[in-house]
Design a protein around this ligand. Structure first.
Ligand code: XUL
Ligand code: CO
Length: 440
């Protein structure tokens, strides 16, 4: 059976009018010392692309899929066939999933695990045959009603235990399928009111949970990178892993900072009141940038719209940070993004990925050129030049004191400061984006 009635999507360049072609993503073209494919490490999110039906709080699902009428287990098998055909046709090498995306939940945990065994056997067979790889998997500890008060931060110890059992199984799957990473997104880990919440106990328990997860990964020999995915709100009004800085402080408090890195999602960053670039920079500066959930929010909407990335300005700034990080390996760019409810046809799944891959390919090309030219780097070097010599050098070398600084200040006349000329920066980045766009 064929699910996508198209040829393999190929690079046709910026002037192509064929919607089923790449305009900017040219997989084997070298940008610097790596090919685009090696830089970008694209991944398909199973849940949005193969499991979701595009329902929203106001209406039923609109997605039209070939597997809609099958029973649950056959549906799960059809989706495996479909995603491997999809990865072949789009040239995407990686995929990601939650446990519940790939196999139906049974009446008991044992039944659920048996379903997972059947489907992961099938996935493994396909992976072995095609060379496609699992970027990361995770356990969905937020959809089922048992997680209403949280999962590892639930007020009920039985829920804590159930969560542990699900993560244990998911770690076994990660090991079986050679996942390069393992993600923890704190779906229900947060609160609505502090008047009925023991925040300290919940956070202590979360740390205990992470320590046990790491111990189990070590026990079974799973060596993939552990990732925390911060998000500030939705579903709870206060999520514990609000942003990178908050989650980093949590990890440091509990001595877990060497166990984890961050999976940074663009739409989560903007919900937190940051830019995507800020979150990437904060993680990079702390050697904590692990992987990326590539999507974008909508400027007019205040929730997690999970749109496919198309804004080249944003992908450029993201790739600027990623290149300066030396890449993302073993992480990647996972399209945690969904078609709009109005884009319900099966072929829309291909078109959404094309716009996302092209936007990041263009961002990569622009960011690489920006870094090569050192235009912005030279501005930064110049801006902080006073810390390279004299008293400034003493400050950064920790060899001065308040008394010496006061003596220096007392001798100062007017301090000569330079304008940032911020508008030159804004104008220059437009030039970079538009020039490369025209050059193709
Ligand atoms: C939710 C979200 C999740 C995580 C994995 O906003 O981003 O899909 O990426 O649980
Ligand atoms: Co995500």
């Amino acid at each position: 059976m064929t699910y996508f009635n198209i040829d393999k999507v190929s690079y046709e360049g910026p002037t192509s009018t064929n919607p089923f072609s790449f305009k900017y993503y040219n997989a084997d073209e070298k940008i610097g010392d790596k090919t685009m494919k090696e830089h970008l490490r694209f991944s398909v999110a199973y849940w949005h692309t193969f499991t979701a039906d595009l329902s929203d709080p106001f209406g039923v699902g609109t997605a039209q899929r070939d597997w809609d009428d099958l029973d649950e287990m056959d549906k799960a098998k059809a989706r495996v066939e479909a995603i491997f055909e999809f990865m072949d046709k789009t040239g995407i090498e990686y995929f990601c999933f939650h446990d519940v995306d790939i196999a139906p939940e049974g009446k008991t945990l044992a039944e659920t695990n048996a379903n997972l065994d059947i489907i992961t056997d099938l996935i493994k067979e396909k992976m072995d045959a095609t060379g496609k790889k699992l970027l990361w998997n995770t356990a969905n500890n937020f959809t089922h009603e048992r997680f209403v008060h949280g999962a590892a931060t639930s007020s009920h110890a039985d829920v804590f235990a159930y969560t542990a059992a699900k993560v244990k199984k998911s770690l076994e799957i990660a090991k079986k399928l050679d996942a390069e990473n393992f993600v923890f997104w704190g779906g229900r880990e947060g609160y609505e009111s502090l008047l009925n919440t023991d925040m300290k106990l919940e956070l202590d328990n979360l740390a205990r949970f992470f320590k046990m997860a790491k111990a189990y990964a070590d026990e079974i020999g799973f060596t993939g990178q552990f990732l925390i995915e911060p998000k500030p709100k939705e579903p709870t009004s206060h999520q514990y892993d609000t942003d990178v800085a908050t989650a980093h402080a949590f990890l440091q408090k509990y001595g877990l900072e060497d166990v984890f890195k961050f999976n940074i999602e663009a739409n989560h960053a903007t919900l937190a009141g940051h830019t995507f670039q800020h979150e990437l920079r904060y993680a990079r500066d702390n050697d904590m940038l692990g992987s990326v959930d590539a999507n974008q929010g909508h400027p007019l909407l205040g929730w997690d719209t999970d749109e496919f990335p198309s804004d080249v300005y944003e992908t450029t700034l993201a790739m600027y940070e990623i290149l300066k990080n030396g890449g993302l390996t073993p992480g990647g760019l996972n399209f945690d993004a969904k078609p709009r409810r109005t884009s319900f046809a099966q072929e829309d799944l291909v078109l959404t990925h094309i716009v996302g891959m092209d936007a990041f390919a263009l961002g990569l090309r622009v960011a690489h050129k920006m870094i090569e030219d050192r235009f912005f780097e030279d501005i930064v070097d110049n801006k902080y030049a006073s810390y390279k010599e004299g008293l400034g050098a003493k400050i950064v070398n920790d060899t001065t004191s308040f008394a010496e600084l006061e003596a220096h200040a007392l001798e100062l006349g007017d301090i000569d400061l330079e304008s940032d000329r911020l508008e030159v920066i804004k104008s220059r980045i437009n030039q970079y984006i538009l020039t490369i766009n025209n050059e193709g």
